[in-house]
Design a protein around this ligand. Sequence first.
Ligand SMILES: *[C@@H]1O[C@H](CO)[C@@H](O)[C@H](O)[C@H]1NC(C)=O
Ligand SMILES: *[C@@H]1O[C@H](CO)[C@@H](O)[C@H](O)[C@H]1NC(C)=O
Ligand SMILES: *[C@@H]1O[C@H](CO)[C@@H](O)[C@H](O)[C@H]1NC(C)=O
Ligand SMILES: *[C@@H]1O[C@H](CO)[C@@H](O)[C@H](O)[C@H]1NC(C)=O
Length: 447
Amino acid sequence: MQCSWKSMVLLALASIAIQYTAIRTFSTKPLSLLCSVGLAPTGHAVNCSLRDLTRLGQETLESSEQGCDEILPQSPSSPSISLPSYNANKRTHILILATTRSGSSFVGQLFNQHPEVFYLFEPLYHVQLALLPRLAQSRNLAERRVMLGAARDLLRSLYHCHLSSLESYIRPRPANHSTDKLFRRGASLSLCSPPVCEAQLGREGQSLVLSDEGECVKRCGPLNVSLAADACRAKRHAAIKTVRIPQISDLRALIEDPRLNLKVVQLVRDPRGILASRIETFRDTYRLWRLWRATGRRPHNLDLGQINTVCEDFLRSVSTGLARPAWLRGRYILLRYEDLARFPLQKTRELYRFLGLVLDHSVKDWIINNTRGSSDLSSRQKFTTVRDSAANAENWRVKLSFDMVVYTQTACQPLLELLGYKTVYHPRELRNLSHSLVEDRTFLPFF
Ligand SMILES: *[C@@H]1O[C@H](CO)[C@@H](O)[C@H](O)[C@H]1NC(C)=O
Ligand SMILES: *[C@@H]1O[C@H](CO)[C@@H](O)[C@H](O)[C@H]1NC(C)=O
Ligand SMILES: *[C@@H]1O[C@H](CO)[C@@H](O)[C@H](O)[C@H]1NC(C)=O
Ligand SMILES: *[C@@H]1O[C@H](CO)[C@@H](O)[C@H](O)[C@H]1NC(C)=O
C-alpha cells in the first residue's frame, strides 16, 4: 500500500475529527464512518453498504442513554407526544452565532443579565487555542473539520453542564478542577457570583456588574470548575456566545439533537460596519486597511480574505435560514445588529418570545442603563464600550473612506441585498447620516 506522508497526516486528522463528532455514539464502528464523511484516503475507497449505515443509525438510537422516551411515542395512541416539544418549563439552550465585531458582546448581555440563564462567553476560544493556534490563517478543510468537530462536542457537553470537558483544552491543564485561565471568566455573571464566587463584589453585596470583569478575576480567585458546573445545573437555561462557528449548517447535528433543545440566534451586521470596527480593534491584521485609510491609496497586496469570509459565511447561513428547512423550524432567528441598536427593548422582547423565555426585569434595566435611553452619567462612564456599540452601529459611515466602502460593498453585494443594507453611490450619500442605509425588513422566525 502506497501511503504518502501527507495522506497519513490527513488520515490522522480525519480520525480525530471523527472521534470528536462520532465516537460517543458510534463507538463500536469508527472506521466504517470514514465513507460517510468522505474522508477515506484517495485510492483506497472504503466499501460502505447502506446496510452498514442503517445499522449504525440503529445503534445510535439504542445507545443514547436517556431522552429517547421524550421523542419516541411508546404507543401509537399516546396523544401527548409531539416532536419536539416546546414546553415552557423545558430547559432551553441558546447559541449566539456571531462573528467578531458584530455586536455579540452586547447580545450576550441580553442573556448574561438574566438571573435564570447560565451564560458563557466564547468557551470555544480554548478549543481553537489548543487545537489550531494558527486557525485564523488556516483554510485547510481537514483542520477546519477537526476544530468544528471538537467545538460541537464541547458545546454539547457545556449545555449539559459538563464543564470539566472544557478543562482538557485549558492551558495549563487545571489541577484539582481549579483554574485561573478561563478566557473572559469575568464576562459571565454566573461565574462571578455566589456560589461560584463568594467574594463580596460591588457595594453592599450588590451583584457584580460587567464593567468589573477584571475585578471578578482578582477578587474571586481561581475558578472552581465543579462549583461552576453546579451553578450551571442550578439555572434553568444556558446561553453560549461564539464567533468561532462559521455557518449555521455547522451546527446541524446539535440542532437536530432533541435532547439539547438548542435555539440559535444568528447575529448579523453590515459588513462595512464590521470592517470599520475591526480596523480599530485588530490593528495588526487590518494594518493594510489602515494604511489605505491614511494614504487614500489602496495597497496592492490588500487581503480581502477576511471580509470575504464574513460575507460568504453570512450569505450561506442566512440563505439556509431564510429557506426555512425543516431542521431549523422553531430553532433559528435572524437578528440584525442595527435593528437591535435602534430598538433594543423591542428586539429583545422578540428574541425572548421566540425563545419562549420570560424577559426578566434585570435584562430590561440593563438595556435601559446601557443604550441611548440612558442619561445617567455614571453608567455612561462605566459602560462606554457597550454603550458605544449600541449607539454607534452606523458610525462606520464616517470612519471608512468612500473608496473603501465601495470596495467592500462590491465584494459583499449579494449579502447586502439579502439583508437589506443599501449600497451607496456617492460620498454625500455615505456621510448623510439622516439618510439610513438600513432598509426596514422583518425577519420572522418560523415555527
Ligand atoms: C490537588 O489536591 C491534592 C489533594 O487535595 C493536593 O495534594 C495537591 O497538592 C493539589 N494540587 C494542586 C496543584 O493544587
Ligand atoms: C471546589 O468546590 C468543591 C465543592 O464545594 C470542593 O469540594 C472542592 O474542594 C473545591 N475545589 C477547590 C480546588 O477548592
Ligand atoms: C441601572 O442603573 C441604576 C442606576 O445607576 C442602578 O441602580 C442599577 O443597578 C442598574 N441596573 C442594571 C441592571 O445595570
Ligand atoms: C440627507 O438625506 C435626507 C434624507 O434622505 C435628505 O432629505 C437630505 O436632503 C440629505 N441632505 C443632503 C445634504 O444631501
